[in-house]
Design a protein around this ligand. Structure first.
Ligand code: SR1
Ligand code: MG
Length: 393
């Protein structure tokens, strides 16, 4: 079958009915398009009893159109990544019911009772289990796809299965190129024009960004989610579910925790400029960042000690060295995510949630400065607590 976009609701309903176990044969189904990301088409198909999500990848980026082609192989990557994660942390990913290579589509569990984490943070919702769940998710998905656990042949096979050049290329551009020059894709708030122009002249910063880019290009450490921002996570008080691993590839381990921490920092900066937001809630965000990092590294260290096959990597002194490097990488990638979400093409909903434009400029200015500090000080900060000291209160 040659590829075509689902033509109408009837096609979507037939596809969902055929490829999921949730609908009674006589159930009347409806379709709602819920695509709120940048890239794909996403639909909720529901009866009065049950619902599923259908996601379809077109051969270009949805928000840009045919001017930015994008391989549809990304939906295979997403399906396989969800399956791997389901084996390692079944409570943290939605169930995949079906993947259709010809339609470039998948059918998966609907998490209708969950809220998008980005929206939850904007609504000052407390999500008590989140740090523990995501520390567990990152530690297990990253450790068990790394050379600490896999043997050499398994690891190379994994690299091959998750070659994802188009999606990686898009990250290479939007993270490591656009924000560091006067690129037409940038979207720079007027209050940040001077600071951005100064950054473009900052030779030491640009050298650090080049180092991070080279790591992203060729440091094949573990299978990443590849886009682990707060919009890729859905939560309730008891549950945290990670979606959208279409940017997955075998890359530097610090990228996933870096992106996640960066998005908490973006929320922190934005909430600081919103009327009525409590200092207590923002303090809670700082604590979540510390809990995420400390929980993740404690579990990763434990797995290195118990499940690493090569004895040389089990040594306590090597583990300590490795995790220190990982903090530096994580803070560097966090800095690049903060910067690109502040002045680049794909920004975050937090900025639109601030109701006065001068305050948007202040919040974005803080984020731009913080992103640069993270990149420049990533090797010297030493602890996540020292990084949090960079934040205002
Ligand atoms: C054109 S870049 C679009 C962005 O949206 C995705 O969620 C990724 O973050 C990507 O960088
Ligand atoms: Mg996404």
């Amino acid at each position: 079958m040659s590829f075509h976009k689902f033509a109408d609701n009837a096609e979507l309903i037939a596809f969902a009915r055929q490829h999921s176990p949730v609908f009674a044969p006589a159930a009347v189904l409806t379709v709602e398009e819920i695509s709120d990301g940048n890239i794909n088409y996403v639909y909720r198909i529901k009866s009065d009893q049950a619902s599923v999500i259908v996601k379809q990848a077109l051969p270009f980026i949805r928000i840009i159109g045919e001017g930015w082609p994008l391989s549809q192989d990304r939906i295979r990557i997403e399906a396989q990544s969800l399956q791997r994660a389901a084996e390692l942390c079944p409570a943290q990913v939605p169930q995949l019911y079906y993947y259709d290579a010809a339609r470039c589509a998948l059918v998966m569990e609907d998490m209708g009772d969950h809220q998008n984490l980005r929206e939850a943070l904007l609504a000052e919702r407390v999500v008590p289990q989140l740090a523990a769940h995501l520390a567990h998710f990152m530690a297990r998905t990253l450790f068990y796809s790394s050379d600490f656990y896999l043997d050499s042949h398994q690891k190379k096979a994994l690299v091959k299965d998750f070659i994802n050049p188009d999606l990686c290329k898009s990250t290479e551009e939007v993270f490591f190129v656009d924000p560091y020059c006067d690129h037409e894709r940038n979207n720079i708030h007027p209050a940040l024009q001077t600071a951005a122009a100064e950054m473009w002249q900052h030779a030491a910063l640009k050298c650090e960004v080049a180092q991070l880019k080279m790591q992203f290009l060729c440091q094949a450490q573990a299978l990443l989610h590849g886009d682990l921002h707060t919009g890729s996570i859905f939560v309730t008080e008891q549950s945290s579910q990670v979606i959208d691993p279409e940017f997955g590839f075998v890359g530097p381990i610090g990228f996933d925790p870096g992106v996640l921490i960066a998005n908490y920092l973006l929320s922190y900066c934005a909430l600081g400029q919103m009327a009525g937001v409590s200092a207590h809630y923002r303090q809670g965000l700082r604590q979540t960042i510390a809990d995420l990092w400390n929980g993740f590294t404690a579990q990763f260290d434990q797995l290195m000690a118990s499940d690493t096959r090569d004895a040389s990597f089990k040594q306590a002194s090597y583990r300590q060295y490795y995790l220190q490097q990982l903090l530096a990488d994580t803070l560097g990638f966090a800095g690049t995510e903060v910067i690109r979400r502040t002045i680049g093409i794909a920004q975050v909903a937090e900025w639109q949630a601030i109701d006065n434009d001068a305050a948007v400029g202040v919040a974005k200015g803080q984020a731009l400065a913080l992103g640069q500090q993270l990149i420049l000080q990533r090797r010297t900060l030493g602890t996540i607590e020292a990084m949090l000291e960079l934040l205002d209160n």
